[in-house]
Design a protein around this ligand. Structure first.
Ligand code: UT7
Length: 332
């Protein structure tokens, strides 16, 4: 087959050592392990404690893990896409710094921000560059230091998020493996339901914005939950239908890890058995851009060449979608 498809050929990951458990959160805000576990499925999350380290640190670690494991020469990387909602700073681009630090000095790099869908959208971009024949090695990193924007006095958000990063390499494939189809959507109706209100051009930082905690993430959880359940399930179902896949044809569902109940609802709509649904939310919480690659990282050994994988995400904006991928290798 001469057609070029874009396949993931390597995966890396990194989470910081510090564990923030539900039990510890009980001492910080008015919450309890039982509430968090039943409402979200989360037991603990990882936090990057070092005050002098930003998201780039997580991203560099995940990329270096991939480079070492897959024995990649960083000089051969053509492009680095940094999917993140928590860049080190608004200007300059975090991806540029990360690319240089990992030795990908022949690559160009930039950041891609679509909240919790950043990595999913990044897959589309990375794959398009490879399919077109323009570039041969595109490194896509999803990383977020969510602890830098979480208000640890707000029990409705601080229990959800964690820090983490994952990375994948996209390369050309000539066997028809890799990205098969995508359905990506966005809707500005979501802008007010999940946001960091200040610090951008609309409401620049001021004494008041700091006082009013407007640099922290704010979420209307109930509304986001409703949209997430409907849209993630709709997008995944649509991808199955238009590729003539039944639930039997799907080997794995790789869902964004925002809430176990949202994952269960998506899996339920597809009528997938539980063993096909890849979940690690109990250990990391919602790492935003990090969730999808961290799932691939954690379950890499189970993925077999030719497996049909459905990825799905939903995030602020609103942004959401689903991608159908054929896995391209067996892990040695
Ligand atoms: O990844 C990006 C997209 N984000 C998401 O997908 C997140 C979507 N939303 C959610 O996951 C859920 O809405 C939450 C986990 C954030 C909240 O769960 P919920 O079942 O929607 O709870 P709720 O906000 O409706 O709150 C129910 C009750 C409230 O008390 P009252 O008003 O019924 O007395 C809350 O004040 O639970 C209370 N509550 C808590 N109780 C103990 C809220 N947070 C907590 C908490 N511990 N941490």
């Amino acid at each position: 087959m001469n057609t070029i498809t874009a396949a993931i050929t390597a995966v890396g990951g990194y989470v910081p050592d510090f564990v923030l458990s539900n039990k510890v959160l009980e001492t910080m805000v008015d919450t309890n392990d039982e509430w968090i576990t039943t409402r979200t499925g989360i037991k603990e999350r990882r936090i990057l404690k070092d005050a002098d380290k930003g998201t780039s640190y997580l991203a560099i670690k995940a990329a270096q893990d991939l480079i070492a494991k897959a024995n990649i020469d960083p000089l051969e990387i053509d492009m680095v896409i940094m999917a993140t909602a928590t860049p080190d700073m608004l200007v300059a681009s975090t991806g540029v710094f990360v690319a240089t630090e990992i030795g990908a000095v022949n690559a160009f790099a930039y950041d891609l921000q679509a909240a919790c869908s950043s990595f999913l959208y990044g897959m589309s971009t990375a794959a398009a560059y490879v399919q077109s024949g323009r570039y041969k090695k595109v490194l896509l990193i999803g990383a977020d230091k969510m602890s830098s924007i979480v208000d640890y006095t707000d029990r409705a958000t601080c229990i959800i998020f964690g820090d983490g990063a994952g990375a994948v390499l996209f390369e050309p494939n000539y066997e028809g493996l890799g990205l098969q189809d995508e359905y990506l959507r966005s809707d500005g109706v979501g802008r007010d339901f999940l946001k960091i209100p200040a610090g951008g051009s609309l409401i620049p930082a001021s004494e008041d914005t700091v006082k009013n905690r407007q640099h922290n993430i704010m979420q209307d959880g109930k509304t986001v939950f409703k949209y997430a359940v409907t849209n993630m399930a709709d997008a995944s179902e649509l991808i199955l239908q238009r590729n003539n896949l039944t639930n039997q044809d799907v080997d794995w569902l790789v869902p964004h890890q925002a809430n176990k109940r949202i994952i269960d609802a998506t899996a339920g709509r597809l009528e997938l058995e539980e063993s096909k649904v890849l979940v690690n939310i109990e250990r990391y919480g919602n790492t935003t851009s990090g969730t999808l690659p961290l799932v691939l990282y954690d379950f890499e050994k189970q993925l077999k060449k030719g497996d049909n994988i459905i990825l799905a995400a939903f995030g602020g904006g609103f942004t959401w979608g689903s991608i159908y991928l054929k896995w391209a290798y067996d892990k040695k």
